[in-house]
Design a protein around this ligand. Structure first.
Ligand code: GRF
Length: 203
């Protein structure tokens, strides 16, 4: 089944790029129907445009509350033929307005091994807590913050001397792999929940 994706971003868009690259080289049977950013001028929008993907900027600041912002996103995403939503570095909490429009079809990528370290600055939270292993999680979105059913996880070691930046970079490599892996499994009907990509080699 080809996945008709709507990808929501707020910035750099490297996870969006991973999806676009996987589609381009045949690893993922999907079409990105629309990219929505809540911020203008971000790198992710340029990445979408370079791939010929339609984009739309909807600033949350133009709406009185989260629900009306989400209603505007649904009004853009649904007519574009979007069936699945991917939150790829989208830094807004979504409401039931979006979740009800795409039931059990909103996916998030988060840079920690949930349920540890939900919310913002997950990598800094992991360093502050002193964990030896961290990673990333792809999960279905529910009305909580990073609480929905886990679809897949990948782990990386936390190394001596790691900074928030170095740990984030190590996790990001796995984010790109995991997100494509889970989306591909959904498209082929092979999603055996939950799936793990395993722990990155410690050597
Ligand atoms: C990623 O670390 C993602 O897990 C988090 O925000 C970051 C977005 O990166 N939610 P990018 O915009 O996909 O490059």
């Amino acid at each position: 089944m080809t996945l008709d994706l709507g990808v929501l971003i707020s910035g750099r868009g490297s996870n969006l790029q991973a999806i676009l690259d996987a589609i381009a080289d045949g690893r993922l049977d999907a079409t990105v129907r629309l990219v929505v950013s809540n911020k203008p001028g971000v790198l992710g929008l340029a990445r979408a445009e370079a791939a010929g993907v339609p984009t739309k900027v909807l600033s949350h600041k133009d709406y009185p509350d989260r629900a009306s912002f989400d209603a505007a996103m649904v009004a853009a995403l649904a007519p574009a033929g979007v069936q699945w939503i991917v939150l790829a570095g989208f830094m807004r909490i979504v409401t039931n307005v979006l979740l009800d429009a795409f039931p059990s079809r909103v996916i998030n990528i988060h840079p920690s091994l949930l349920p540890s370290f939900p919310g913002v600055s997950a990598q800094a939270q992991a360093l502050a807590r002193g964990v030896g292993i961290s990673g990333c999680t792809v999960h279905l979105v529910d009305s909580g913050t990073d609480t929905g059913p886990i679809l897949g996880q990948a782990a990386v070691p936390v190394l001596a001397g790691d900074t928030e930046e170095t740990l984030s970079e190590r996790i990001l490599v796995r984010e790109h792999q995991l997100l494509v892996h889970v989306l591909s499994a959904i498209s082929t009907g092979n999603l055996d929940l939950p799936m793990a990509l395993g722990v990155e080699s410690l050597s």
